[in-house]
Design a protein around this ligand. Structure first.
Ligand SMILES: [Zn+2]
Length: 270
């Protein structure tokens, strides 16, 4: 089986009372939460009429860990952005006393609105992050969204120096798993904790292989490719992870699991 780039996926969320691709409602609720938390907004660029926004602490503190959470690279993986909204709604601004938390809530708005994987130009926003000599580079595979992120690599590198979490879903799966990146050859408490937070909601994928990558205990560990998360780790993030919730399962449970993995990432970084 392979993932279709333009097959459309739509779910209904009970807790948000709207469809998974209701982009106007998403931006409106996001704006409310960011106002409440007093986060600083920076628009990296626009894709059609939709902004790709980066949010960071209004008053970052130099001695605190710098961590970044991103979501919404693949349009059909909708529980990531909605999970971030739920995570934000449960967050208090005292989080900024212990961590410099930055967020990229929705990287691929046109894919999200359509409910399909790629952006509306047929590009994969999570590929084409080349690296040479510790610097991110555009490649032939880079998407319009990827180019915006690569252009801001100095900023994103600084904001993710202590960790990057990116939240994806797998439309072919009933089970959850995590791509993890740590300096050690073996996965440590950071990776295991993220996996376990998903495991509160779904069964962990059995040892096997996913897209040709060996899966061990629900983790694909230190597998480098041309993804955003892999790139940030290669250019300097201390550790990273890409969570994968199973999109063949209930949408609201997937939202809850994305919220939980974000909470776990933040608490393991404080
Ligand atoms: Zn994905």
């Amino acid at each position: 089986m392979s993932r279709s780039s333009f097959q459309q996926f739509h779910w209904q969320s009970q807790q948000f009372g709207c469809a998974s691709n209701d982009i106007d409602r998403f931006y409106s609720l996001l704006h409310e939460q960011m106002q409440r938390l007093g986060m600083q907004q920076q628009t990296l660029g626009k894709i059609e009429s939709y902004p790709v926004d980066l949010y960071s602490p209004a008053a970052p503190k130099q001695h605190l860990p710098n961590i970044l959470i991103s979501a919404g690279f693949h349009g059909e993986e909708a529980a990531g952005p909605w999970g971030m909204l739920k995570f934000l709604s449960q967050l208090n601004d005292d989080v900024f006393l212990s961590v410099n938390l930055s967020l990229l809530p929705l990287v691929n708005p046109t894919g999200f609105k359509a409910g399909h994987r790629f952006n509306q130009y047929g590009e994969n926003p999570n590929r084409g992050f080349g690296v040479a000599d510790g610097t991110a580079l555009e490649t032939e595979e880079s998407s319009i969204e990827g180019k915006l992120l690569i252009k801001q690599q100095a900023l994103l590198k600084a904001l993710s120096s202590d960790g990057i979490l990116t939240c994806h879903e797998d439309v072919l799966q009933h089970h959850c798993y995590v791509y993890s990146f740590e300096p050690e050859q073996d996965a440590g408490p950071f990776s295991l904790g993220l996996r376990d937070s998903l495991a509160q909601y779904f069964k962990v994928a059995e040892d096997n292989s996913i897209d040709g990558c060996p899966l061990d205990n629900g983790l694909i560990h230190n597998h480098y490719d041309s993804s955003f998360e892999s790139c940030l780790v290669r250019i300097g993030a201390k550790r990273g992870a890409c969570s994968e919730t199973p999109a063949l399962e209930d949408f609201d449970q997937r939202i809850n699991a994305n919220c939980a993995v974000m909470q776990q990432f933040v608490s393991s970084s404080q």
